[in-house]
Every structure is written in C-alpha cells, then in structure tokens.
Design a protein around this ligand. Structure first.
Ligand SMILES: C[S@@+](CC[C@H](N)C(=O)[O-])C[C@H]1O[C@@H](n2cnc3c(N)ncnc32)[C@H](O)[C@@H]1O
Length: 356
C-alpha cells in the first residue's frame, strides 16, 4: 500500500490530521509539485449528462455538446475526446457503459437521484451498514443466477432480481461505482495500492437512502455488467469506493466561475494534501487532471496544504471555518491558523461552535 513519492515531498504522519504532504526540500513559489493523473473513480451527475464531456469534463455554459455516443449515452466536445475516452475504457468498458445506459433507459420510470429524494436524518451506523451489504451480496447471487427471460426482454432486465425491480435506479451512484469498478479491473494491484490506503470512513453514508442506493446499485451492476467484469464488481470494491470517497473526492465544477457543481472524482495521489486556512498550495484542474502548485516559497519540513474551503476562508472567523469544515468534511480543523486563533479566544469556542 503506497502513498505517492516525489522529489519535492514525502507523505508523513501529521499530529491531529493523520498523514500529510511534507516538503523534502525548499520549493520556490510557482512550482508544480504534483499532477494527479486521471481519476480512479468519478461521476458526472445525470442532470449534466448532455453538457459535460465524458473525457475532459469540458462544460460550455450549459450547451449540449456536439458529439454523442448513442450506445453509451456519453457526450464529448469533439471526436478526439471520444476516441481517447473509448480507448481508455477498452472493449469491456465500452460494453459495460452500454449495458448501464440500456438499463437506465429501460427503467427510466424508476430513476431517482438522491438529490431529489427526501432523506432520513440519521447516518447509518457500522452494524446497519454491514447488514445492508450482507443482504445486497445475497441478493446479487440470486440476481446473477436468475434464468434468462423470454426473447424480446431487454438484456438488462433479464438478469435482474424480481424483488429488487421496484427499487430506485440511481444513475449517479451506478456511474460512480462503475467507473471505479472499471479502474479496479484495469489496474488491479495499483488500484488496491492506491485506493485501499486512502483515509477511509467506516460510516460514509449520510442517510439510509444513500446506503440503499449503493447496495441497490451494486446488485443492479452485478445483474447487468458483462460477465468478465464481475470479479471486480464486488462488495469490497464498492464499499471501498464509498468509504474512501467520503473523505477524498474533489468536486467537478464548471471552469470560469466554478458555480456549477457537475460531479465529483477521486484522485488517490492527490488525496494526501490536508487542509489549511492559509494554504501554500493551489490546485488547478486542466481537463480531468489536477495540478498542484506552490503559491509561496515552502521550506523543507513545512507541510504542503491546500484549502478545502475554496477561498471562503479569507473572510470567515475560526469558528465559522471550523463549523463549515466539520459540516462538510467531518473534522475539526487543526491547521496552524485555526489553532492560534482558537487559543486567542477560547471562550468563543463553546459559544459559537455549540450553537452552529
Ligand atoms: C483528503 S484526506 C487528507 C489526508 C489524510 N490526512 C490522510 O491521512 O490520508 C482528508 C482528511 O484529512 C484530515 N484533515 C485534513 N486537513 C485537516 C486539518 N486541517 N485538521 C485536521 N484534520 C485534517 C481529516 O481527517 C480529513 O477527513
């Protein structure tokens, strides 16, 4: 299990923040210290499916992109992007996306995204999660052994377990899991190395509905994916995608203003940067890859941090920053600035943090 290595930095233990990226030498401002490579799993939300290039994540102010692959439902800015995407998926990947597209279309009445569902408030706990995945595993065994239905039934329906038929189809969860399953299948040992050693959350689902969507999507994928892909479509892979995803995904946002939240992606090599409210590293997305660049000179031994707050941190108080990071990321910020500012007004911590 290996974090990334570089001549600029090493991944090391950081007090109160797990591991982090520490400069191995002095790094001048303006140096690119990491290029994330393509994501190990990602999803473009269904509502953006005609507007965001499946390869380079290009978004043209909501316009429908010109090249559409009718068998997979993916859109591209041009033929080059389509060609690169198809080559990256390989024959098996192409078949898998086609099966998913057919399945979602054949069951369009059951399509619901978590965003449009009224969610329960409680986060499911570990035992509940284990039980749900155990049930899903059993259900998936029935799904793959269900006899073929008469000719004329769409292939995607034929191997689907009848008792799960009425359940929701969530294209966003299905797409995220399938992209990760394909990456696991294509890179096997490297995927294990990279994804399984990320900081993981044992209780990653924010609601019962989200847990159900993941378990249900797993059963559906087991039922519809090409047979050769099934060894990588396992509860281990799907649970790792949720557990690591909870702490390590980057939002895919529109270019100039960043206002459209179009999906999210997991980049294992870029997942060791901790947050700081005075970050020394800026990140910039070019296509489907992130670059990480120093914004000031960094001394050997200094931690290289990015911001998880997208620039808002400048104008917020320590209590507002901590409340926001806790709400979205589930941790209390222990960066130098927060620790200093919290120490200088400790009584406010109880007042503001408790009431947020
Ligand atoms: C993307 S991971 C960063 C790498 C992680 N520290 C590790 O050990 O793999 C995000 C997690 O790191 C921790 N973290 C990041 N920034 C932090 C900070 N400023 N204070 C405390 N914990 C932080 C939190 O647990 C957060 O969920």
């Amino acid at each position: 299990m290996s974090p990334p290595t570089s001549s600029y930095f090493a991944v090391q233990a950081i007090p109160h923040a797990g591991r982090g990226v520490v400069a191995s030498r002095r790094i001048p401002a303006g140096t690119v210290i990491l290029d994330s490579k393509a994501p190990a799993a990602h999803v473009i939300f269904r509502q953006y499916r005609r507007e965001v290039c499946a390869h380079c994540f290009e978004y043209d102010r909501g316009r429908t992109l010109p090249v559409r692959d009718s068998s997979t439902g993916k859109v591209f800015c041009d033929r080059r992007c389509q060609g690169v995407w198809l080559a990256g998926q390989g024959e098996l990947g192409g078949e898998a996306w086609e099966a998913l597209h057919t399945f979602v279309q054949a069951n369009s009445k059951a399509v619901a995204s978590l965003g449009s569902t009224l969610l329960s408030i409680a986060n499911p706990e570990r035992e509940e999660i284990d039980r749900a995945w155990y049930r899903a595993e059993k259900q998936s065994l029935r799904a793959t052994t269900t006899p073929q239905l008469p000719t004329g039934t769409p292939a995607a329906k034929a191997r689907f377990p009848s008792q799960a038929w009425a359940k929701h189809v969530d294209p966003d969860t299905l797409g995220y899991l399938l992209s990760g399953i394909l990456c696991a299948h294509q890179t096997n040992d490297r995927w294990q190395d990279e994804v399984l050693c990320l900081a993981a959350d044992d209780e990653p689902y924010k609601s019962m509905e989200e847990l159900d969507a993941h378990c249900n999507s797993f059963v559906q994928l087991r039922a519809i994916l090409p047979f050769d892909l099934l060894p990588s479509c396992t509860t281990t892979v799907c649970r790792a995608l949720a557990n690591a995803g909870s702490r390590n995904v980057f939002g895919i946002r529109s270019g100039s203003d960043g206002e459209e939240y179009m999906g999210y992606a997991m980049y294992p090599s870029a997942s060791y940067f901790n947050h700081s409210c005075t970050p020394g590293i800026a990140k910039r997305r070019t296509g489907n890859v992130w670059e990480f660049c120093t914004v000031k000179e960094i001394e050997a031994g200094d931690e290289c941090c990015i911001t998880y707050l997208g620039g808002d941190e400048k104008d917020l108080t320590v209590w507002e920053r901590r409340a926001r990071l806790d709400e979205v990321w589930g941790f209390e910020c222990m960066c130098g600035r927060c620790v200093r500012e919290a120490e200088s007004c400790p009584s406010q911590s109880l007042l503001s943090f408790g009431s947020s």
